[in-house]
Ligand binder design. Structure first.
Ligand code: PPE
Length: 318
């Protein structure tokens, strides 16, 4: 398949290209934002990325918790020793500029820093670092129906990456091979998404989402020592639930807790608040999104679209 055919096929599948991608400080054309096959990150996963969303608001497109995402990117680069020459503030300006030049009303934003050309072999020091940001319109991550009706998840045979071998707090590219194994296994098994346990058998998270369980009106979520990514959506939802007077407890959770839950949902920038209706073929509650799940979903959507004045500071107006 020629490279141009590849691009056309990708656009056919609904991934709309936009005029510009930001690369190392410049706006380059979508079709020119390419890398060489000897890019270090392609071979060894030496990259750190982010997923951010911008929503249409009364004041135009607004990016949700932009600074926090850029700070997590920069600290992930530090952890994986990828020299990053931009500050979170500079990266944030690049994101808003990119949305502006592409005239996007809303967007999924994908910043990435990676080791490029200059080294093959496991010492990446001489591989030049490339920083790029792409943005495009992306609808519901697991489909509109998932947001409305909920999804079925299956506990994975794969364990979530562990802090003794990788850095679960960072979005390191190579580490996502773990998520990919789990996601493919889940779909092959007839589930919509995977639920990964950690190395000690406690519940961790989805392939790209944090987990919440609800029992007797209390909301539970695995703590960072369970090896989960400290999700920015997770933090936002915990904050909103507590402000609404709902108790949220961060504690180790087991598979039994998952089966006993009356409600469950996943959170993530891409997945937003996605209800879980089945876990390992057992209905969660009555198999329909419950009241606290719906409340979390509504509060989150209000916050991201600028309808919660108390959290106007979470939005960067483009
Ligand atoms: N856990 C993992 C492993 C993860 O990748 C994400 C984000 C989360 C939790 C939620 O984090 P946050 O977005 O800060 O609330 N996953 C991103 C990538 C998904 C993808 O398919 O790529 C995302 O949601 O953008």
């Amino acid at each position: 398949m020629s490279y141009h055919t590849v691009i056309e096929t990708w656009q056919h599948r609904g991934m709309q290209s936009v005029p510009y991608i930001w690369m190392n400080g410049e706006m380059v054309g979508w079709e020119d934002a390419n890398v060489h096959v000897l890019t270090h990150a392609l071979h060894y996963g030496t990259s750190v990325f982010e997923g951010v969303r911008a929503y249409a608001t009364d004041k135009g497109p607004a990016v949700f918790r932009l600074e926090e995402h850029m700070e997590r990117l920069v600290s992930g680069c530090k952890a994986y020793q990828i020299p990053m020459e931009y500050t979170p503030a500079e990266l944030s300006s690049a994101v808003t500029e990119l949305i502006r030049v592409n005239e996007l009303p809303s967007a999924y934003i994908r910043p990435i820093a990676f080791r490029g050309l200059g080294a093959i072999g496991l010492n990446p020091t001489n591989a030049a670092v490339v920083v790029a940001i792409a943005a495009w319109e992306w609808g519901a991550y697991l489909g509109e129906e998932a947001l409305r009706e909920g999804i079925s998840v299956g506990v994975s045979s794969w364990r979530r990456i562990d802090q003794q071998s990788l850095l679960p707090n960072s979005k390191g590219g190579g580490a996502y091979l773990n998520s990919i194994l789990a996601r493919l296994e889940a779909e092959a098994g007839g589930f919509d998404e995977a639920l990964l346990l950690n190395d000690r058998g406690f519940l961790a998270e989805g392939s790209g989402e944090n987990l919440f369980l609800i029992r007797r009106g209390v909301v539970y979520t695995p703590p960072s020592y369970s090896g989960v990514l400290p999700g920015i959506t997770r933090h936002s939802v915990v904050t909103l639930l507590r402000e609404a007077g709902i108790e949220v407890v961060e504690t180790s959770l087991t598979r039994s807790d998952a089966y006993a839950a009356e409600e469950a949902f996943f959170t993530g920038t891409a997945a937003e608040v996605t209800p879980i209706r089945m876990i390992d073929n057992r209905p969660v509650g009555d198999g329909k999104p419950g009241p606290i799940t719906k409340q979390a979903q509504t509060m989150y959507m209000e916050a991201v679209t600028g309808k919660n004045a108390d959290h106007a500071d979470w939005l960067t107006i483009v």
